[in-house]
Every structure is written in C-alpha cells, then in structure tokens.
Design a protein around this ligand. Structure first.
Ligand code: NAD
Ligand code: MG
Length: 394
C-alpha cells in the first residue's frame, strides 16, 4: 500500500480568523496537507510570517500597493503576485486540490466563482460570496462538477447531518425543515433603548466566538443569521419557509436537520471554528482539529428561544430578500458591508446599520441575476448609494 500524497491547499484570506484556524489544522497534519498558495489583503507582515512557516509556492497580496513591501519581507523561493485578479489565478492552479475561501465580504466573490468554474473542491466560509452571487456560484458548481463544502459552523453542521452522498446545490430528501442556531450575539438581552450607545468594541466582543470584526458586528445585529439564511437557501436549495432560526445562547448545538419521520439530527461541539474546518479539510475522513472535546456534563443547560425580529430587523430583511429573489440579496449584502464599515469607523450609530439597510432595500428595484458584470456594477452602485446615506445618518 502506498501512502497518499498530501493535498495541495489554497488558503484565501490566510491572514484572517478563518485563515489562521485553517493553517493551525494544516500544521497538525503535514502528512495530509501542503499549503500551495496563500492570500492576504494588506497585512504583509503576517503574510510573510505565514509564507516563512508554510513555504507556499504562491503568495498573493490583493492590495497591489503592498507588493513592494511584501517583496522585501519574503526571502523564500516563491512567486509573489499582486492584485485582486491574481486571487482567481491561485484558485485555478492545476495542482490545487482544496480551496479555502476565507476572504471577508464581496471581494471573495470572484475567487469563489473562479474555483467552482475550475471544478475544484471549495471549502466555503465567505458567506457574502453566496449572498451576492449564490445563483451563479451554484449553477457553475453544478455545470463544472465542483464540490462545495460549507465551513460556516451552522451550514457545516447541517451538511454533517445530511447523508454522506449529499452534494450541495440539491434539495435534501425527506426533509421537513432545517434549524439554524444563533447565539443571539452580545446584545440579545440588552434593552433596545440603549442600542444607539453601542460602541464598535462592545459589538466586536462576541460572547462565544472569536471572529473578524465585520462578522462580529453582523452577529450583533443578527444580520449574520440573516446572511446565513440566504447562504442556506443557496447551499441546500431551500425556500426561506423551510429555514428556521432558534436562538441558542450556549452555541453548542450548531444547527439541526428535521426529517419528515420526526427525527431531528444535530451536530454538537465546542464553539471552535477548527471543528467545521477540519471536517471540510479531512472529508471523507475525520481528523484532529486541536479543539477541546465537548463535555456535556460540564455544560450548562442547552436553551432555545425564538428570535426577536422587531429588536433585530436585519434578520427580517434577509427573509424579505429571499422572497423578493433576483438581485435583492446582492443589494442587501452591499448595503450591509458599507453600513457595518461606517459603524466600525465610528461614523454612524449601531442602530443606523439596520436603518440604512432597510431604506436601501425599500428603494431597490429587483432584477433577474444575469452575470458577474451585472452583479459587480450593482454592488458598486449600492455601495455608492449607501455611502451617501451614511453621510445623512451621522
Ligand atoms: P477576517 O477579517 O479575520 O479576515 C478576512 C480575510 O480577508 C483577511 O485575510 C483579509 O486580508 C482578507 N481580505 C479583506 N479584505 C479583502 C479584500 N478587499 N480583498 C481580498 N482579501 C481581503 O474575517 P474572518 O472572520 O476570517 O471571516 C472570513 C469569512 O468567513 C467571512 O465571510 C465570514 O463571514 C466567514 N466566517 C467567519 C467565521 C469566523 O469565526 N471568523 C465563522 C463563519 C464564517
Ligand atoms: Mg455561522
């Protein structure tokens, strides 16, 4: 018997939270994985540090202005590329076996599309790519025989509760519904009258998960759960009425699948992103992730509550966007990226995130999704509109 050669992994967003967790698992399994390429946007010191440790063949810095600085920091014999289009290049390398999509926001859409168009196995954390271009991504994946494995903890939990033969893009058989769990974020119990005083630091201090700043704010507004409903709609080919949300403050049950016979399957574990990432990397094997083993004897009660759509209007906006269909999900995503960024930069209060998103959704005209160029143009237009609204909400 010959030992299998290591899988070549491309880590998009290697400098971020998902990237760091991915590299942590890879470092535990040098016999199973080799880092073929990495990307980062601006943090060239961290990118160089990762290059030094993992010796990838390709390093992409997506912000071209950082190219020179990066070349000074990297001594190894690797190819350094700069600019957003080079992200697509590393996703389509013939020798790439697994692509980990860990970029935040719509900047990750084109590399995600490039990966599925090349028929690759895509380990997807970058939910905004699906919210913006789910229709195109899922169609290209089907046409080119690409495999998508969700890394977002809820979607990975659902994936683990579906049969082994299940492929994303198909509606699961004999299903009643799926239930996405939500921690409720840091403000679940906070009086809504105090929401306008919330600071970026408070919003980024998530009770259970340690994540990047954008997703932390999305978790605080519950927009994250809204984006995840849209993500589930595309990944599992379900209507919004087949996707429920339960607030589960302990973040131990990561999501559930309810079958027609009354069986409910759930995936449980410590809130550690290395668990779903290791599931995706190791598939079809189970590999060690470095996460602590869940001890239910030590856990507090597992509680579940209905979400409060009035207190967290972003959640309702996502459901409306699925119902409206077409370009409305792309509009919501672009509005939200700008409003969250403005909040993180102290330009608007926390409460204006939902207000700006809602106003933009109300005024948007919905069209059919046709192609990437159309989506990129729409994304730019909505961003420009949202920036104008930010000025009014200061
Ligand atoms: P992060 O902010 O920690 O990292 C983002 C990465 O994207 C960095 O490597 C950064 O350099 C890169 N990046 C930023 N802007 C870019 C641009 N314009 N072009 C190219 N690259 C760019 O974010 P994160 O928390 O790791 O989240 C990454 C994605 O995974 C998000 O879509 C998030 O919703 C999703 N996700 C994250 C977690 C988590 O626990 N962190 C859990 C589930 C899903
Ligand atoms: Mg999630």
């Amino acid at each position: 018997m010959t030992a299998e050669s290591p899988k070549n992994v491309v880590v998009l967003g290697a400098t971020g939270s998902i990237g760091t967790s991915t590299l942590d698992i890879i470092a535990r399994h040098p016999d199973k994985f080799k880092v073929l390429a990495i990307s980062g946007h601006r943090n060239v010191e961290k990118l160089a540090e990762i290059a030094d440790k993992f010796k990838p063949r390709f390093v992409v810095v997506s912000d071209e202005n950082q190219y020179k600085q990066l070349t000074h920091l990297i001594n190894d014999d690797c190819t350094i590329l700069a600019g957003a289009t080079e992200l697509n290049t590393i996703c389509q390398l013939v020798s790439a076996d697994l692509i980990v999509a860990g970029i935040v926001g719509s900047a990750g859409m084109q590399p995600v599309l490039a990966s599925v168009e090349a028929g690759k196995t895509l380990l997807l954390a970058n939910k905004e790519a699906l919210v913006l271009a789910g229709e195109l991504v899922m169609k290209a994946a089907k046409d080119k025989g690409a495999t998508i494995i969700p890394l977002d903890s809820e979607h990975n939990a659902i994936y683990q509760c579906l049969p082994d033969s299940y492929q994303c893009g198909n509606t699961p058989k004999n299903l009643d519904k799926i239930i996405l769990t939500a921690s409720g974020g840091p403000f679940w119990k906070k009086a809504v009258s105090t929401f306008s005083q919330i600071t970026p630091e408070q919003a980024c201090a998530h009770p259970n998960w340690d994540m990047g700043r954008k997703i932390s704010v999305d978790s605080a507004t519950l927009m994250n759960k809204g984006l995840e409903i849209i993500e589930a709609h595309w990944l599992f080919n379900l209507n919004e009425k087949d996707i429920d949300v339960h607030v589960h403050p302990q973040s131990i049950v990561h999501s559930m699948v309810c079958y027609q016979d009354g069986s409910v399957l759930a995936q449980l574990g410590e809130p550690d992103m290395r668990i779903p990432i290791a599931n995706g990397l190791g598939m079809p094997e189970r590999i060690t992730s470095g996460a602590n083993m869940l001890d239910l004897l030590q856990s507090q009660d597992l509680q579940f509550f209905p979400p409060d759509y009035q207190k967290f209007p972003c959640l309702a906006l996502a459901k409306e966007a699925i119902k409206a269909g077409g370009t409305s999900m792309a509009v919501l995503n672009a509005a939200n990226e700008i409003s969250v960024d403005a909040f993180l930069n102290n330009l608007i209060p926390f409460t204006s995130i939902a207000k700006i998103n809602a106003e933009i959704m109300t005024n948007a005209t919905v069209s059919q999704v046709e192609n990437v160029t159309q989506l990129l143009q729409l994304d730019e237009e909505v961003r420009a509109h949202a920036r104008e609204m930010v000025k009014k909400h200061v």
